[in-house]
Design a protein. Structure first.
Length: 587
């Protein structure tokens, strides 16, 4: 829908109660991620928001659940919330977060994150999923052994047959076909072949320090059966080797997943019910009524909920995503004023990121309550990733740090120097799917753009029909707003936004970043690799190709029901495998 630039300021509570999931819903229904430093000591369960403290960047705080009289109990169904339907159930047909999260229920990967309670997930190692081992003499030539006896769900037409190397090859072809948005993430692989039913040889273009991370990344290789190329329709009958079997899917209502009885690791729950509840206020009511076992809540609701529900358990952590402004490409808008970096720099200086952080995360009130929420600002890379993040306000950012200053007068000068004074600007973003906090911040950015003297028209887009297939793919005019998730490995941020994939919505082709992106992928010296990522952030800070905002940088809190046990953090899209298989209900 079209509407004029938003002007009056909504009250925090009125705006946050208006609906949606909230920014924390992007990287998983609970987004339990934390950073790379200052890890808090904690006990199983969640974080008590009236007493716990988190540190920035990074840190996770939890409080204990009432001790169980014995070990894990079996049975029961975990009720979780989704903000909407995925655009497809085929993980290779869309780069959408919702499609990848769905894959985490049904499908397996070769490797996964070893998620454990009360630990920083970015410090956790990888462990085998359906792989038995990975060996390489040189970091370039790899032999992957598969576990024997891993079977697909016992559903026709696959009917419980064993997973083989040929299924891996089939899935790899799906990942790397030309139209795949994630193909550039594995472009360093030059050959993959099956030696026998349980052995694969993989050759890389050059030795890589992150190859196993590529295999574990939930954006990339999910293992489908070969039957998906011979009549099996994965969008209606998804069959994998993962921990959960889809029993039922009612569009706009719910997913029902049953535990896979032949899964190769223990599962305590009978199943998962993922309830599709677009409106945050409705989801909050369901949590309070006992119809959800967990929910990431908006910052304004944390303290009231803790007071009203003393038995709730909490986890507080950095959310890990980065909300960017991005501009239409030269190809889409030839000669547009925002092709001049001075215009983009000026826009950045017109954003009050400190106010934005307060608006989204209520940091002052949470500080007063003793939570010590993060006040770190996003760069191109999220502060969740600890040392890989470059503080944009620090001397290490270099001269471009000034473009993070809130200075409307200087911003106007830069815009005028680019010839953009008074320019008409279409401001577009997805409504409801990213929730009330996202929409509130997006509308406030419209105010800041107007304060810079720009003639702003706002378009709130439907996520599934317009934003994701068109705007996010670079088919748009003007400036747009969206979120990238917390990638499990730092290279995900630059691969997504500077490769040849459709996710490079602004069609950025900067030789300096291209060279650094290629260099980091083969750099085994961590200090040199760290500097390469810092330099990429300096270049983006100077050019403002993707303009980072404060949204996604703050501390988010997830409330858990009193009977929940086994809760833990992970990184990336594999959380239905890495977290939910460990959950159990103490009832």
């Amino acid at each position: 829908m079209e509407r004029a630039g938003f002007h009056g300021r909504l009250s925090r509570r009125a705006a946050l109660r208006s609906g949606g999931i909230g920014v924390a819903g992007l990287a998983g229904a609970v987004l339990i991620g934390c950073g790379d430093s200052d890890e808090a000591t904690a006990t199983p369960g969640g974080a008590n928001p009236t007493t716990a403290a988190t540190t920035a960047p990074g840190g996770s705080t939890t409080t204990a659940a009432t001790p169980a009289p014995s070990g894990p109990k079996t049975g029961g169904r975990w009720q979780i919330r989704a903000s909407g339907d995925p655009p497809t159930l085929d993980p290779y047909s869309s780069g959408s977060f919702a499609a990848k999260q769905f894959a985490g229920y049904v499908y397996s990967r070769l490797f996964k994150v070893d998620a454990q309670p009360d630990t920083n997930p970015y410090d956790r190692p990888l462990v085998p999923d359906v792989a038995e081992s990975a060996e390489s003499p040189d970091g370039q030539n790899w032999t992957i052994k598969l576990k024997e006896g891993i079977t697909f769900h016992d559903v026709a037409p696959v009917s419980g047959r064993e997973l083989t190397a040929d299924d891996v090859l089939f899935s790899w072809k799906r990942l790397t076909r030309e139209e795949s948005v994630n193909a550039p993430a594995v472009e360093n692989v030059t050959n993959i072949e099956a030696v026998d039913d349980h052995t694969l040889n993989i050759t890389l273009e050059s030795p890589s320090p992150i190859f196993l991370e590529q295999l574990a990344d939930g954006n990339n290789l999910w293992l489908l059966p070969q039957e998906a190329d011979a009549g099996l329709e994965v969008t209606t009958n998804p069959i994998g080797t993962g921990p959960w079997m889809m029993r039922n899917y009612e569009v706009s209502a719910r997913f029902e997943f049953d535990a896979n009885p032949n899964y190769h690791e223990p599962i305590y729950l009978d199943g998962i019910d993922e309830l599709i509840i677009p409106e945050y206020s409705n989801a909050l009511a369901q949590l309070e009524a006992g119809n959800l076992h967990e929910l990431t809540v908006t910052a304004d609701d944390i303290l009231p909920l803790q007071q009203a529900h003393e038995d709730f358990q909490w986890i507080g952590q950095l959310s890990g995503g980065v909300a960017y402004m991005f501009f239409s490409s030269e190809e889409q808008d030839p000669g547009a004023v925002w092709q001049d970096k001075r215009f983009r720099q000026g826009v950045s200086m017109g954003l009050n990121r400190a106010d934005m952080l307060e608006l989204a995360y209520n940091v002052n009130a949470l500080d007063d309550a003793g939570l010590n929420p993060s006040r770190a600002w996003n760069n191109l890379i999220s502060p969740t990733l600890g040392k890989w993040w470059l503080d944009p306000t620090s001397a290490a950012q270099g001269p471009s740090s000034r473009f993070w200053d809130y200075d409307v007068s200087e911003g106007k000068k830069l815009i005028a120097a680019a010839g953009g004074e008074g320019s008409a600007l279409k401001w577009q973003f997805a409504g409801t799917r990213y929730g009330p906090v996202f929409e509130l911040v997006a509308e406030s950015i419209s105010n800041w753009l107007t304060d810079l003297g720009l003639d702003v028209t706002t378009e709130v887009q439907d996520y599934a029909s317009t934003y994701f297939p068109q705007t996010r793919a670079g088919v748009f005019n003007g400036v747009a707003y969206g979120i990238t998730p917390a990638y499990p490995e730092v290279s995900g941020f630059v691969n997504r936004y500077f490769s040849g994939a459709s996710s490079n919505a602004s069609k950025i082709d900067d030789p300096r970043i291209n060279d650094l992106r290629a260099a980091q992928a083969i750099e085994f010296d961590e200090d040199r690799r760290l500097e390469q990522f810092h330099e990429i952030q300096r270049i983006n800070g100077e050019e403002m190709y993707y303009l980072p905002t404060a949204l996604g940088a703050g501390t988010t809190y997830t409330a858990f029901a009193a009977e929940g046990r086994g809760m833990r953090s992970t990184r990336g899209y594999g959380w239905p495998t890495e977290r939910l298989t460990n959950y159990w209900l103490d009832v």
